[in-house]
Design a protein. Structure first.
Ligand code: T46
Length: 132
């Protein structure tokens, strides 16, 4: 099984509009220690290009769209995120690259740990070796 997958969140809709609730250990499968968001990304740029040996995250595209290239030891896939009702779970040891950002793209990311620069693997060759 890949260590990444899309999750559909329940949408509470009525005549006024829509609402989605994210709750730790309920529809988010971990305790949330950090939330960050990515916006105003320029056209034709890549982000990511790393893996995390321990971190679990869920990415939600709140507006606009972008694509994720994901690779782990058993599979690789490119997914488009363009709905606030879709979460993308990315577990540990998954290489990710984000690209094709629309100018209005806003990505919100929930993470199960604080920001630790030493916890980034930015070396694709090392990632490939660890996969073996
Ligand atoms: C990931 C993808 C989806 C912080 O100071 N705190 C933080 O919590 C984060 C995430 C970043 N930063 C600083 C570090 C850099 O100076 O913000 C700057 C940009 O971070 P980075 O180049 O790592 O951003 P992305 O978009 O390449 O990657 C981010 C996350 O870092 C990463 O964990 O999985 O989004």
């Amino acid at each position: 099984m890949p260590n990444f997958k899309k999750i559909k969140f329940k949408v509470f809709g009525d005549r006024r509009g829509k609402l989605i609730s994210l709750e730790a250990m309920r529809n988010v499968p971990f305790e949330i220690k950090r939330v960050y968001y990515i916006f105003d990304t320029k056209e034709d740029v890549d982000r990511g290009n790393h893996s995390h040996p321990k971190l679990n995250q869920i990415v939600v595209c709140l507006s606009g769209s972008c694509k994720f290239y994901l690779e782990d030891k058993c599979s690789r896939k490119t997914l488009k995120l363009n709905k606030p009702s879709d979460g993308l779970f990315i577990g540990k040891d998954v290489w990710r690259r984000m690209f094709d950002f629309s100018s209005d793209c806003v990505l919100m990311v929930l993470a199960d740990d604080y920001y630790i620069e030493e916890e980034y693997n930015r070396d694709y060759k090392k990632f490939k070796l660890l996969k073996k």
